[in-house]
Write a protein that binds this ligand. Structure first.
Ligand code: UDX
Length: 431
């Protein structure tokens, strides 16, 4: 089946490559010629495990192509996915201007019936606005449907999540649209939930917000554990063994980041408030997430006493392992605070240093080797649980440091082991 995807970011590119993988002919459209040229040259503008290989394989198979010609994209496929960004505005409201722009462009190129599908994460009622926009700009009485088909991709495992989803959600307004989307997903073995557009839009925001709530709940528990001389890892394990709760997303740490949870929780709060409901529960989820970074910084300050002129080595810049994405990463808040307090910052990350250099330039120092990054450091702070840090030779690390102080924001290490090696060790919510 011919499928067109508008937007070649994390969601659009992964979705297009995976649709091609399951047998469809996918054309990915972007209005950024340089991005399209890079993709046509086989260059992927971000790190996602396996994506570069999959894109090359699908392009070679002739089932994945890239273009800036949106008219061609609209006219060649019965199904058009909108996968452009919906960034947060300072107020927390989602910026839907790219969605509107694409809906208008699609309308102006429409030559016959199409299903226009929201793949991007959008607030509820956006589908109605997309329909209104297409109605206003469509050239004649051409029939069309709007649909919502949210993605549940995690960075770092996006291909796996796309090819083996827990569920496929189809928010549709006609049987014709439903049957086309069922055809798109026929090769996948996953339960398909068919509902209306508004419910599908809410399912996405509600799912991400629930996951963020689990994390903030674990982080709140971590502070109680620390006050009660209990251990959050053991508490989380005990709670998570309840099949109704589940062990996932109960890992306390320095707080969640990324391009989704912060933005989606903000946008859900905003649309709920617009509809007339103050989502106080989610406002507290956000507040706990902000507080967890301050709680971590207090640990660094307690460990160093005077931060000014001290050298602090940051292990892990990306918001989570197996990605180079720095969006809303805890490292940004931690490094900003350290610089404001006069510390010297050494940074290491397996993948995110090029992205960090663009943000911080020579305000901090970058290292390809973790032991060199820790050379003569007064403290090592772990912000992302990359495997490379769990594999470190801690004796060698300790010997390279000026003083063996470690503040572990992801409870990567066993306290007894690290303390036994002579480190002064602080972590999250543990005895
Ligand atoms: C998330 C959702 O998981 C995914 O379904 C949705 O489509 C997009 O948003 P992503 O943001 O890529 O995916 O990463 P995820 O693995 O969910 O982690 C998000 C943040 O939560 C990271 O900063 C991670 O460090 C943090 N986290 C996750 C915790 O602090 N504790 C946990 O137990 C799990």
């Amino acid at each position: 089946m011919n499928i067109t995807i508008v937007g070649t970011g994390y969601v659009g590119l992964v979705t297009g490559a995976c649709f091609a993988k399951i047998g469809h002919n996918c054309l990915c459209i972007d209005n950024d010629q340089s991005k399209i040229s890079s993709l046509q040259a086989g260059e992927i503008p971000f790190y996602e495990p396996g994506l570069s290989e999959l894109v090359t394989e699908m392009c070679t198979a002739g089932r994945l192509t890239f273009s800036t010609d949106s008219a061609e994209g609209v006219q060649r496929s019965p199904v058009i996915f909108i996968a452009v960004g919906t960034p947060a505005t300072p107020s927390g409201k989602a910026d839907l201007s790219y969605i509107e722009q694409v809906a208008r462009t699609i309308a102006q190129s429409m030559n016959e019936y199409k299903v226009v599908v929201e793949k991007s994460t959008v607030p509820v009622q956006t589908g109605e606005r997309v329909r209104m926009t297409i109605d206003r700009h469509i050239s004649s009485e051409i029939p069309f449907d709007v649909a919502s088909n949210p993605e549940f991709l995690r960075e770092g495992s996006a291909i796996e999540d796309a090819l083996h989803p827990d569920r496929i959600v189809l928010g549709v307004e006609s049987e014709r649209a439903e049957s086309l989307l069922r055809e798109v997903y026929a090769p996948l073995d996953a339960p398909i939930l068919v509902t209306n557009i508004g419910s599908a839009e809410i399912i996405k925001h509600a799912s991400n917000s629930f996951l963020a709530m689990k994390i903030s709940y674990a982080n709140a528990l971590s502070q109680i554990c620390e006050l009660a001389n209990a251990d959050i890892d053991e508490v989380a394990r005990g709670v998570g063994l309840d099949r109704r709760i589940g062990e996932n997303f109960l890992r306390a740490g320095v707080g969640y980041g990324g391009s989704c949870f912060p933005k989606d929780v903000d946008a859900f709060c905003d649309i709920a408030s617009e509809l007339g409901y103050e989502f106080r529960l989610l406002q507290e989820v956000q507040a706990i997430n902000r507080e967890q970074r301050r709680y971590f910084l207090r640990k660094i300050e307690d460990a160093l006493w005077i931060v000014k002129e001290k050298t602090v080595t940051i292990f892990g810049l990306s918001f989570k392992p197996n990605t180079d994405d720095l969006r809303q990463a805890p490292s940004l808040d931690v490094i900003e605070w350290l610089l404001e307090h006069g510390a010297k910052v050494h940074a290491h990350d397996p993948k995110a240093i090029p992205a960090m250099r663009k943000l911080y330039g020579d305000r901090i120092r970058y290292f390809e080797d973790p032991y060199e990054a820790a050379q003569d450091a007064d403290c090592v702070a772990i912000l992302t649980e990359w495997q490379i840090y769990g594999d470190l030779d801690l004796t060698r690390l300790k010997d390279s440091m000026k003083q063996a102080v470690m503040v572990d924001g992801r409870n990567l290490f066993d306290p007894q082991e690290v303390i036994g090696l002579g480190f002064e060790y602080k972590s999250i919510g543990r005895r």
